[in-house]
Design a protein around this ligand. Structure first.
Ligand SMILES: *Cc1c(COP(=O)(O)O)cnc(C)c1O
Length: 482
């Protein structure tokens, strides 16, 4: 099927196959596919994640052209989409997607200290940065499906914010049915209500009796069940889907292009390693980046990995930053692929060890490659709350606890000689009002977009942590094939 897709891409471009950007799996199978197929496939058939076979250079230097965010997004995504979706269609998709955002800059930069900037990524429909990718992803799905006259069953696991962003982006689309798994009782009330308050025939909320890692494992297991996957035409909305990463690369470029001073350090509150990996992609596509700070909460497997090389799974501890309560950070596999010189066999072996032994150790020479760019810093709840208090006292701004983890990590790392720092503000404080009030004594105002969700009836089914039960549930409700 790879070849057919490539031939198709050749027809469109009239160019040689060698010039077309292809995608390959991190687990070493030799199958090579095009953008549209990575979009629809999500997970590779060998269990790996898709990455581009090479890195196009897209960095344009400082922003002198003053494109709109949507225009920049289309420009930056185009080399990865490779003519499979034409330029006009791609521009229409990003224009439409980012018109849902309530700030004119879409991703505004706000200075909170000398050379320390917040990149506000929470002005989308569900008030977290997840909207940046999911508003685009649902439209990409729609575009491709309309052309093919097909339907998809979209499935995903959420540690809180992905679910609502995906549901908001997919609700009411006649060619998609969406099933979102969340860990029962382990996400905030606001996060849950943003999902379960949605009334749409194609939206299905499932609370799983388990953790986020269990939800993510179930999603991967459904993708690895070939018959199920093809019968239902499964598509992924988690950051295992390359297109999601791609949409997030954009704001790194856009934010940096607005600074006068380079190269910036980015501080990124991290759970699944998706957002910070997008920063890595920005760097590989030409953006000058001084350092990427991987800020974790006490579920700090990534900080441990980056400091000691030990990548061993522990138990997940619930924290005030639920969207980062993760041990199995899927996208870390994409970084491992790079530091192991793109040797998929080595990655396969380590991912097997993760499943069978609970982890593996990264050799020092490999780890050093990651450490030239990445620094892992874990921030506990006391520091997180103190940071929220400090930012409020110094600037009058309320920040959400996830954002505070990144800002606090930046503060422990950065001195003035380090140059500018951009801390990614990943959620609106109103999504986590209790923590914000605890830290600052102020309760954030409930935005209009949230108010209705907080009082509506909830629609959700509770299922055990069991693959068969879940598959039967989805089979009986998906409209694919009917
Ligand atoms: C999802 C999320 C994160 C973590 O992002 P990853 O891509 O999983 O690393 C951080 N903050 C918030 C508010 C989130 O929703």
């Amino acid at each position: 099927m790879g070849l057919r897709e490539l031939a198709h891409a050749k027809d469109i471009n009239g160019e040689t196959l060698g010039k077309i950007l292809k995608y390959l799996s991190t687990r070493g199978s030799d199958q090579i596919i095009g953008f549209e197929e990575t979009l629809l496939a999500g997970l590779a058939p060998d269990g790996g994640l898709y990455v581009p076979a090479e890195w196009p250079a897209v960095w344009n230097g400082p922003d002198t052209r003053r494109l709109s965010y949507a225009e920049d997004a289309a420009r930056l995504m185009e080399p990865f989409v490779n003519g499979e979706i034409d330029s006009a269609a791609l521009n229409a998709i990003t224009r439409d997607a980012y018109s849902e955002f309530q700030h004119k800059d879409v991703a505004p930069l706000v200075e909170i200290g000398d050379g320390h900037w917040l990149l506000e990524l929470f002005h989308g429909p569900t008030l977290s940065f997840k909207d940046f990718a999911l508003q685009v992803l649902s439209r990409l799905f729609d575009h491709v499906l309309q052309r093919k006259g097909e339907r998809l069953t979209v499935i995903g696991a959420t540690s809180g914010d992905t679910g609502s962003a995906a549901i908001a982006a997919c609700q009411g689309r006649s060619n998609l049915d969406i099933f979102v798994l969340h860990p029962l009782g382990l996400i905030s009330d606001v996060q849950r209500r943003q999902m379960t308050s949605v009334v749409a025939e194609n939206v299905h909320n499932i609370a799983i009796e388990g953790t986020f890692d269990d939800c993510q494992r179930l999603v991967k297991a459904m993708f690895n069940d070939r018959a199920f996957r093809y019968d239902l035409a499964l598509a992924a909305i988690n950051s295992i889907n390359w297109a999601r990463i791609l949409a997030q690369v954009v704001y790194y470029h856009v934010a940096a292009s607005r600074l006068n001073d380079w190269p910036p350090t980015f501080a990124v509150p991290t759970g699944n390693f998706g957002d910070v990996y997008a920063g890595y992609v920005a760097h590989r596509t030409g953006l000058p980046v001084k350092r990427l700070i991987v800020a974790t909460n006490r579920n700090d497997i990534l900080t441990q990995s980056l400091t000691t090389g030990k990548h061993w799974l522990g138990d997940v501890t619930p924290t005030i930053t639920p969207s980062m309560d993760i041990q199995v950070a899927s996208n870390f596999e994409r970084l491992l692929f790079e530091i192991y010189d793109r040797n998929g066999v080595e990655i396969s072996r380590r991912m097997e060890a993760l499943g069978s032994d609970g982890g593996f150790t990264i050799e020092a020479e490999r780890l050093n490659k990651a450490r030239t760019l990445f620094t892992g810093i874990a921030i506990d709840e006391t520091l997180t709350l103190a940071e929220m208090g400090r930012v409020h006292a110094e600037t009058g701004l309320l920040i959400d606890p996830h954002t505070a983890v990144g800002v606090a990590a930046a503060r422990t790392f950065v001195t003035t000689e380090n140059g500018p720092v951009i801390s990614l503000a990943t959620a609106d404080p109103a999504k986590f009002p209790d923590s914000v009030e605890r830290a600052t004594g102020r309760r954030p105002k409930t935005p209009e977009r949230l108010a209705e969700a907080l009082v509506s009836d909830e629609h959700c089914d509770v299922l055990p942590r069991d693959l068969n039960t879940l598959q039967a549930y989805i089979r009986s409700r998906s409209r694919v094939g009917t």
